[in-house]
Design a protein. Structure first.
Length: 669
């Protein structure tokens, strides 16, 4: 008699099943409702196809659409396969490469047949229609194990040169799998997949765009077309996502930056920002705010060099881990051309190499090391509005969100082992105050040790626990603050706490961090004199709240859709005339507002008031103070507030008091 398998279920019960049984069989044995709803399974914690047989006794958790994280991953993976199948059905001879799921959908890299141009946006409607046909056909998705040689022969016979190249590199000793869609199409894939294409909702996806890509991400290789789509479990989710995208497009900081005349970017300084007067006013207000916070928190501000000898970066460990992202600068000597054409730069054979700093921490250690530091001096908190440069790839640059030159609200705390938890706790409270002032909710996450790291396991154990203890003492290790631990996502030298902000349309942004570092003080020989008279290593806490000014301003613009709080707005009010007879009164009003510290402009142009209202609304000016003959006679203004339909008439003094109140930064109220 064949021995039965013991399948343990989440409710503690155990089902005995015959050899060769599948999770689908277990679902059917429990009941027809579950059999219909189950789309996959976790077998001993591993996500698997529901029709894949058990290999022995196992713990089983059946996956349904209610398990949204797993269900979405499966659906998006399947949408990618259906996309590839559809393209090949419409255009035989198309070569396919890879198609993963993404955070909100999927993509597939393909190469069009020689007989036609690369795929374009014009092709997407036909591909979507074919995808829906495949989904409605409810084609079974079936897993098979193949040998590497079978895969190579299959792809070579069908002219799939990219797949054949990849198959030749696969290890023979691993289980190599393919998935059939029905009986006539397959792809090389690890899986898992849904039971059939019919488990996808044909109305729950949309192809979004096409872009160029290179085979294996190398620009020396063949160019492919990447077709992007977004995929969800149902049409309601898709529509909600498309609405979010529409709202995000309206809030795009690059678009609003142009409309509000805040900044621009251009090729002459790729990845660096040209700040216009209005945009730099926002920067200055943020900088003044952060300086007040740092002064109140016991930080001392410093300024450190942009260029440091490469040997310093080698000693710190950054050169070995980060060199490809750093700008190196050699000593240059002028070489005179005998023809009289003048001098041109030349690199000396024995030139010393310098590097533009990508971060401030090694320089802060050098400041700490000046003179002799006693334990009585600790903690020492050194802050810097530090301008840094990182050699980000051209394709990764994105407005203010990812740049090559940026300024951090950076600080480093040098403290004793005993002071770490209290310093981190104080920082947690400070960061919470700042984010609250800007109206953000946030989640705190702990990024744990990566596989490749510096320092001993004992130091990592201690550093990780210190961060946990500090968050707990701050009262923030709870669901309210979205506490989560992220395996393997710490820096190479330290674990870190991360602050993830949620904006007005539900997107999250990782901004602030604090890291407990014992590696850099050791590598750069930082010491203090302890109570015992001996030298000791300080712990170095790396911390930032905004992250970078550029990115934080971009986040603020999108969070507020350009309608910045009055205290941050570059222009807080405009006095606009209805008739030229009111010009003198408008000038008088502007003078009084300026004297009260309000950032105000006048609009005395010979234009209709509706035109002026529309123009200043587009520029996101918070308050428009309209004046005509009546207002001039009565000493009043008609206040039109951005986003409000009705205007309010008040005395000029009342308007000034209102604006002064709203223009006061939140930390000074």
């Amino acid at each position: 008699m064949t021995e039965l398998l013991k399948i343990s279920l989440p409710d503690g019960s155990v089902r005995e099943m015959e050899q060769g049984s599948t999770p689908a069989d277990v679902a059917a044995a429990i009941g027809p409702g579950l059999a219909k709803a189950a789309i996959a399974a976790r077998v001993d914690g591993e996500l698997r196809d529901i029709n894949r047989p058990f290999e022995g006794d196992a713990e089983l958790a059946l996956v349904t659409a209610r398990d949204e994280e797993d269900a979405l991953e499966l659906a998006r993976h399947d949408f990618a396969h259906v996309l590839a199948e559809a393209v090949q059905a419409l255009w035989p001879g198309t070569q396919i490469t890879f198609g993963p799921a993404t955070d909100d959908g999927f993509y597939y890299d393909v190469k069009a047949p020689e007989s036609r141009d690369p795929f374009s946006m014009d092709d997407l409607p036909a591909i979507e229609e074919e995808m829906r046909r495949i989904i409605k056909a409810d084609k079974p998705l079936r897993r098979e194990v193949w040998s590497r040689q079978q895969l190579i022969e299959k792809w070579e016979a069908e002219g799939e040169t990219f797949k054949a190249e990849w198959a030749r590199e696969l290890p023979e000793d691993e289980e190599l799998t393919v998935y059939w869609s029905g009986e006539d199409w397959l792809d090389m894939c690890r899986g898992p997949h849904l039971p059939s294409t019919g488990k996808l909702d044909p109305q729950a996806f949309k192809l979004m765009r096409v872009a160029g890509a290179y085979w294996r991400g190398d620009q020396k290789n063949a160019q492919l077309t990447r077709i992007y789509g977004t995929g969800w479990l149902n049409k309601k989710q898709l529509n909600a996502h498309l609405t979010r995208l529409e709202e995000a497009a309206k809030r795009d900081h690059r678009k609003l930056g142009r409309e509000m005349d805040l900044f621009h970017l251009q090729e002459e300084a790729h990845g660096s920002v040209f700040w216009h007067p209005k945009g730099y006013r926002i920067w200055r207000e943020l900088e003044a705010y952060m300086r007040r916070k740092m002064d109140g928190g016991g930080y001392r501000e410093i300024k450190t060099p942009q260029l440091m000898d490469v040997r310093q970066w080698e000693q710190s460990g950054h050169w070995g881990k980060y060199a490809e992202n750093m700008f190196a600068v050699p000593d240059m000597v002028p070489e005179v051309d005998d023809s009289g054409a003048g001098a041109h730069p030349s690199v000396a054979k024995d030139a010393d190499w310098m590097a533009i700093k990508p971060m401030n921490c090694p320089a802060h250690v050098l400041v700490f090391k000046q003179g002799i530091t006693s334990y009585r001096d600790l903690p020492i908190r050194l802050g810097e509005m530090g301008c840094c440069h990182r050699n980000e790839p051209h394709g990764a640059l994105h407005g203010l969100m990812r740049v090559r030159q940026f300024t951090q609200d950076d600080a480093h705390i040098f403290c004793t082992e005993e002071q770490v938890v209290e310093e981190v706790r104080a920082f947690c409270s400070l960061a919470a105050e700042v984010y609250k002032d800007f109206g953000f909710s946030f989640a705190i996450k702990l990024a744990l040790r990566p596989e490749k790291r510096l320092g001993s396991d004992a130091d990592w154990d201690k550093a990780e626990q210190e961060l946990r203890d500090a968050v707990e003492e701050a009262g923030m290790m709870s669901e309210e603050f979205g506490w989560e631990e992220l395996e393997g996502e710490g820096a190479f030298y330290a674990p870190k706490l991360e602050w993830h902000l949620t904006d007005a349309i539900g997107r999250t942004w990782q901004v602030g961090t604090i890291q407990g570092d014992r590696v850099l003080p050791d590598r750069l020989d930082a010491t203090y004199i302890g109570e015992d008279g001996d030298k000791h290593r300080p712990v170095m806490l790396h911390r930032a709240i905004f992250g970078s000014y550029e990115r934080f301003i971009g986040i603020l613009i999108e969070h507020f859709a350009g309608r910045l709080p009055v205290w941050l707005a570059p222009v807080q009010a405009v006095v606009a005339t209805i008739v030229s007879d009111a010009d003198d009164y408008a000038k008088e009003a502007v003078a009084k507002l300026e004297a009260a510290g309000i950032r105000v402009e006048s609009d005395l142009r010979n234009e209709k008031i509706n035109y002026k209202v529309r123009e200043h609304s587009l520029a996101k000016v918070p308050h428009l103070l309209v004046v005509g003959n009546r207002e001039a006679e009565e000493g009043t203004v008609a206040v039109r507030t951005l986003g409000e339909k009705d205007q309010r008439v008040m005395s000029l003094d009342e308007a000034i008091a209102m604006l002064r109140s709203e223009a006061t930064p939140p930390d000074l109220r």
